[in-house]
Write a protein that binds this ligand. Structure first.
Ligand code: SAM
Length: 286
């Protein structure tokens, strides 16, 4: 069904995060019908448009020129045009430019219309197996000290945490996640979603770095990392975990669990299971 295009209006259009088959019929219709497309990278959006036989004037709107490009967008809307905004992949304004434009266009009294579709965030969450509330953080700071400080500020939140990560930083981030958030939290790594080498791997945080290093290909591509929420369990569990890890360096799981339970004042049964798991992860025999 053909959509009645509003003019003036800014259509915020989600595009595929890999598989071009994920573009929606409505997204294509809008891209075909607008007068101008504001694109994060005109080459990337140009390739998408060419694939679908669409030829449109484009305007670059990236994070370094979003404010400047705004003047041109507002002028085009002022002349009664319909515009689309597209990011390189996924939904604009999610760890991508768009928010400044959206705010200003609405403040100027023009319509802003979402054309929903792919997003790495939603795709990764949907296959993570996690439930409950989550906090979408996006990209962590690139500098290690700042990254760890940021993680420390998130460590106690009772929300699952969702991060975007680039291939050259995924290993360092995996190590920091375990170090700062605690190795026993679950993590789901979603890599290259909708693409040929799509991978979803779930493990504990202190197993993630080893998994990434076991095969160089595992550090290639685009990543979403989802860490389970900090647990509601009382802080004794942290004491127990620390004690268990230290004791396991010299003792068998049963003995380590018994002593750690006494140190932390927690039941022994759960600690024994944990001890066996930790020992197994290290590939050691009882
Ligand atoms: N706005 C986009 C969205 O809605 O998904 C995200 C843009 S952000 C600049 C790019 C990051 O998204 C990548 O570094 C990666 O963390 C994540 N990402 C994008 N495509 C992905 C894919 N196919 N699989 C996994 N992660 C992806």
């Amino acid at each position: 069904m053909l959509e009645h295009l509003r003019r003036p209006a800014l259509y915020v259009v989600a595009t595929p995060i890999g598989n071009l088959g994920d573009v929606s019929a409505r997204a294509l219709e809008i891209l075909r019908s607008v007068d101008l497309i504001a694109a994060e990278d005109t080459r990337v959006t140009g390739a998408l448009l060419a694939h679908f036989g669409i030829d449109k004037p484009m305007l670059a709107v990236h994070q370094h020129n979003e404010r400047r490009a705004l003047a041109r967008v507002l002028a085009a809307l002022g002349e009664g045009h319909a515009l689309a905004l597209a990011a390189d992949a996924g939904t604009p304004a999610i760890s991508d430019p768009g928010a400044i434009l959206v705010r200003a266009v609405r403040a100027a009294g023009h319509a802003v219309v979402p054309i929903p579709g792919p997003s790495a965030l939603a795709a990764a969450w949907s296959v993570s197996g996690m439930s409950g509330p989550f906090l979408f953080y996006g990209f962590l700071p690139a500098r290690p000290a700042e990254r760890r400080r940021t993680l420390a500020s998130l460590a106690r939140l009772r929300f699952a945490l969702v991060f975007y990560e680039a291939p050259h930083r995924v290993l360092d981030t995996a190590l920091d996640l375990a170090r700062v958030l605690g190795g026993s939290r679950r993590v789901a790594l979603a890599r290259e979603l909708t693409k040929l080498f799509e991978t979803v791997h779930e493990c504990e945080l202190d197993e993630l770095a080893d998994w990434l290093q076991a095969d160089a290909n595992r550090q290639r591509g685009e990543f979403v990392l989802i860490v389970s929420a900090a647990s509601d369990e009382p802080p004794q569990d942290e004491v127990a975990e620390k004690a268990l890890r230290v004791l396991l360096e010299d003792l068998a799981p049963a003995q380590a669990a018994r002593l750690a339970a006494r140190i932390a004042g927690v039941p022994r049964a759960a600690l024994y299971e944990r001890a066996v798991k930790l020992r197994g992860a290290r590939g050691e025999d009882d």
